[in-house]
Each structure stands twice: as C-alpha cells, then as structure tokens.
Design a protein. Sequence first.
Length: 117
Amino acid sequence: MSTTHTLAPVKDASHLYEAEHRAYHLQRPGFRIAELRLSPTQKVPWHYHSNISDTFYVLEGEMRLFLQDPKQEVRLRPGESFVAAAGRPHLVTNAGQTSLTFLIMQGVGEYDYVPLV
C-alpha cells in the first residue's frame, strides 16, 4: 500500500522549498518561464502539475530528476532538457558539488503545484 498522499494544489509554491535564487522571466496566462538555482543540498520536493508540463533546461551544474508513473531517473547537464508531462510526479535535485541553475518552461495551461508527502 502506498504511503504517498496528495495535498491541496497551490498557485505559488515558492514557500514550500528553498532555492538560492528564483526569478520569473516570462509570465503570461497559460505559460511561464522560471529560473531556479539550487545549492548542492537543496531540492524541489515531490509534486506534479494537474494541467501543465514542466520542461527543464539546465544552464549550469548537473540535475538529477526522479519521476514516477513510470519510475525513471534522468540526469541533465548544461544544454540538455527533459519534459515532465502533466500529472507525472517528479522531484528535482542537484547532482553536483556546485550550484545547479536551470530554466523551467511551464505550460500551456493553468499553473498549479500539487505537493506529495
């Protein structure tokens, strides 16, 4: 039996996890581009989005991305990207010894962040 629980979706998840840096380069109805920088010990916890996909694009460092349904692990280096489909639970970690900087392109659709605990 699974012990994963879904919490209520939120429109702004910035209070749910720490990042060295967080910036929004483009925010339009149904689409946005955010930039995050994570220290070697920081992560974006397990979550999914009901209606949008996350496209990750690494600028600096190395990302380790864990996904469920199906279970998968992806490592990305600068210049590489990966799409986590809407509804697919994922966790983002820094796989390196230095800061990880990446873009997240989210859309097309209404943003939400559904935490899993």
